[in-house]
Design a protein. Structure first.
Ligand SMILES: Nc1ncnc2c1ncn2[C@@H]1O[C@H](COP(=O)(O)OP(=O)(O)OP(=O)(O)O)[C@@H](O)[C@H]1O
Ligand SMILES: [Mg+2]
Lengths: 461, 279
């Protein structure tokens, strides 16, 4: 029974792998060059001009927060020049990276960040003589706006470029993999628990992730609810995600179960729910990649050889906290034990006096809330777009199967493994293949341990 | 050599066919048992009709009563509907027609968890523990509706099954079949039920374990719990039962005290003898 389900899942995953290839085509263009003058502080009124060859593409002047943006006609190489005339007298342009960037490569759909630094006239000599290369290095480490031009579904790691030494790269990618894996784990717990308690594969789980990310976007950056801090917006998103899960269970899945609809039909219905939800979000929010306003441009904190942005570090810490809290809830509380019991044996749970429908409702609430949180984290470290959860779904399936179907702890372990494998594979292989490697590892593990890492072998007799 | 037994006795096939005739005759007569008053019995199932698939009835009018303090056994060939009867009483399968009451109150089509809160415990035939939960957690699930009483009930149940206290922290899925049966019965006893439904508690156990289970059932019964048990080991079951029901094709074939059934030549020949196995 379980074997067959796994096979069905694998087939589905293969299908998902094929779909994005077509989906990449609907690219949005919208390439820009942008940046923020903020060293030593944000400066207003600085003119920046973008050229392609000798032709002037556009000019921008920094706003009160030091930010500027120039739209460019398409991918290609550009020259970006800071007009020294416009710099107020109390500043000079830093020698590194200087007032001009040549050959700035813009990829398809990329919103590329270009960095200029100012300095106070006296201080620059002192700074550069102490460590001439430092400003340049800092500039290089200032995070580029990644994710924008990357192929659909590929997750980029900050601070890694082809010039980074191998050892540093390993550590850097491990950090990125842990962070990515934790996000997968958080999102996938619900998927696994829902499968465990109802034996249903919720194809719409990825779009519940997108839903969370977009709700946080709506409340934190939308004109309607202007200026809600992202932290608050994220909490609202989690609550809404939980309500979405509860609503789906109460008004769709429970009635279907009552009518004894077979699992395979429920699975098809969940594909329908996924499509409806995804396209509602597309209509509501558009097809662009967006970012949260807050926590975007951040300097890396150096921890030995590892550079990590405070944002990434916060995501990792919060994810670990959330996972520990969920595990403690499952392990020690009455409702948590009931969730595990229902996942173990639904009929016996019913026979023990557990109100199985109520427990299932809580599982959907928990799963919906967690997937929304995963969506906010994923959107923070990458970007928010209408297919983000759908692209993550593939990896969530892999995590859930790898860890052992139906157990929450399995989803956690599986998520971490998948995230690490996906990121570390880019050490040797093109990043477009990272998801394929994650799935390859899943297949290998299943060949050795068909029940998954933490799964339980079906016992006969 | 091989032909010898067939010359002395009718062939296995003929005997089976003959047995089938007798069974059908019996079933013709059955189903006309006088219906009592639900209030006279602890559990009263009257002409129950139930089944899994629409249009296909597995129970075709089963009648069963359980009185306070009794142990009632249900025996019958494989597929007779014994498990189905127990599941129907426990509300896991909807009643299509017929009456079902507990202490005179109708319990037809109540959800299982509501029956648990009314003092009915059920141990399924298979998959009767939560394998990834520890023994203790299994028992906690048994006391789910009354978490405060857990400690006291655990001590009481552990007195009956000392093994449960020893294996407290072990995963139930890692236990042997007999040990799991004890976890399963322990779990069902956590709510201090007044009616215990056991579906083949000795299936797959070694003779020693089987006898142990029978002894425990008698012990449980002695504490005031009324028991309905389905058994493959029909002879032993009828020995410890106050009354027994022989079920065949979803109908009552024979009803009587354990001793009466054990001594009834038809029951012996059709359901207790060697023929019962081939039929
Ligand atoms: N879940 C189910 N769905 C459909 N039919 C079922 C189901 N369970 C049992 N049946 C059918 O109901 C009939 C009676 O089954 P039941 O389990 O009640 O028999 P039983 O008397 O308990 O047999 P055994 O001694 O083998 O346990 C069988 O013909 C079986 O095929
Ligand atoms: Mg049975």
């Amino acid at each position: 029974m379980r074997r067959r389900l796994v096979t069905v899942l694998l087939a589905v995953i293969t299908a998902i792998l094929v779909i994005p290839a077509g989906a990449v085509a609907d690219d949005q263009g919208g390439e820009t060059l942008n940046g923020q003058i903020r060293k030593p502080e944000t400066v207003e009124g600085i003119d920046i001009t973008v050229y392609q060859g000798s032709e002037e593409i556009g000019t921008a002047t920094t706003g009160p927060d030091g930010e500027w943006e120039v739209e460019v006609p398409g991918p290609g190489a550009y020259r970006v020049v800071l007009d020294q005339e416009s710099v107020p007298d109390e500043y000079v342009v830093s020698e590194r990276p200087g007032p001009e960037h040549d050959e700035v490569q813009v990829r398809e759909g990329q919103q590329r960040t270009v960095i200029f630094n100012l300095a106070r006239p006296g201080e620059e000599e002192g700074g550069s003589s102490a460590s001439p290369s430092e400003p340049a290095q800092e500039a290089a480490e200032e995070e580029p706006a990644q994710g924008e031009g990357t192929p659909e579904g590929v997750t980029t790691a900050p601070g890694v470029s082809s010039a980074t030494p191998f050892g540093t790269k390993v550590v850097q990618l491990t950090v990125a993999g842990i962070s990515f894996g934790l996000v997968i784990a958080i999102s996938a717990i619900g998927l696994s628990l829902i499968f465990g308690t109802t034996r249903m594969i919720n194809f719409a789980h990825g779009d519940m992730v997108t839903f969370g990310a977009m709700m946080a976007l709506l409340f934190s950056t939308g004109a309607t609810f202007n200026d809600v801090p992202l932290v608050v917006a994220a909490l609202i998103a989690v609550v809404l995600g939980a309500l979405l899960g509860i609503g789906l269970e109460r008004f769709l899945w429970r009635p279907l179960r009552r009518r004894n609809v077979a699992l395979i039909q429920m699975f098809i219905v969940s594909i329908g729910v996924a499509l409806i939800l995804r396209h509602l979000l597309l209509v509501g929010f558009g097809g662009n990649r967006e970012r949260y306003d807050e926590y975007q441009l951040q300097e890396m904190i150096r921890l030995g050889p590892v550079g990590v942005t405070p944002r990434e570090l916060t995501i990792i810490c919060l994810s670990v906290l959330v996972l520990v809290a969920v595990a403690a809830m499952l392990q020690f509380t009455r409702i948590g034990k009931a969730m595990r019991a229902v996942a173990d044996n639904r009929d016996l749970a019913e026979s023990s006096g557990i109100d199985v429908d109520r427990v299932t409702l809580y599982v959907w609430g928990l799963g919906g809330g967690l997937s929304a949180l995963g969506g906010v984290f994923y959107g923070l470290s990458q970007s928010v777009y209408w297919q983000m959860g759908f692209h993550l779904l593939l990896l969530m399936f892999a995590a859930v199967i790898l860890g052992g179907l139906g157990t929450a702890y399995g989803a956690m372990v599986g998520g971490l493994v998948i995230g690490l494998v996906a990121q570390l594979s880019t050490l040797w292989f093109p990043s477009e293949l990272m998801n394929a490697w994650a799935l390859a590892i899943m297949i290998v593990v299943l060949l050795v341990r068909p029940q998954g890492i933490l799964g339980r072998r079906e016992r006969v007799g | 050599m091989s032909g010898n037994p067939e010359q002395e006795r009718p062939s296995g096939v003929e005997a089976a066919v003959e047995a089938q005739h007798v069974r059908e005759e019996v079933l013709e007569r059955a189903g006309t048992a006088p219906a009592g008053d639900p209030r006279d019995h602890l559990v009263f199932a009257d002409e129950l009709v139930a089944g899994y698939v629409p249009e296909v009835n597995i129970l075709n009018g089963c009648t069963l009563t359980l009185d306070e303090g009794e142990v009632v056994g249900i025996i019958g060939p494989n597929g007779a509907g014994k498990s189905t009867l127990i599941k129907t009483i426990f509300g896991l399968i909807p009643v299509r027609s017929g009456g079902l009451s507990l202490r005179g109150e109708s319990i037809a089509n109540l959800a299982a968890h509501e029956l648990v809160s009314r003092g009915v415990g059920y141990v399924p035939q298979t998959q009767n523990v939560f394998p990834t939960l520890t023994v203790e957690e299994n028992l906690q699930m048994g006391a789910y509706l009354r978490p405060k009483s857990f400690a006291a009930r655990f001590d009481a149940v552990a007195e009956l099954f000392p093994l449960l206290a020893q294996r407290r922290r072990q995963k139930a899925g890692a236990l042997s079949g007999g040990e799991r049966q004890m976890v399963a019965m322990g779990r069902a006893l956590m709510m201090e039920p007044s009616v215990l439904l056991l579906d083949e508690p000795t299936a797959g156990l070694s003779p020693i374990y089987q006898e142990e289970v029978f002894q425990r059932v008698k012990q449980i019964n002695a504490t005031g719990v009324s028991v309905i048990m389905v058994e493959q080991n029909a002879r032993r079951c009828l020995q410890i039962c106050d009354r027994g029901y022989v079920l065949d094709q979803g109908r009552n074939a024979y009803t009587g005290t354990g001793r009466e059934l054990l001594e009834d030549p038809n029951v012996v020949e059709l359901y207790l003898g060697t023929l019962a196995k081939s039929a």
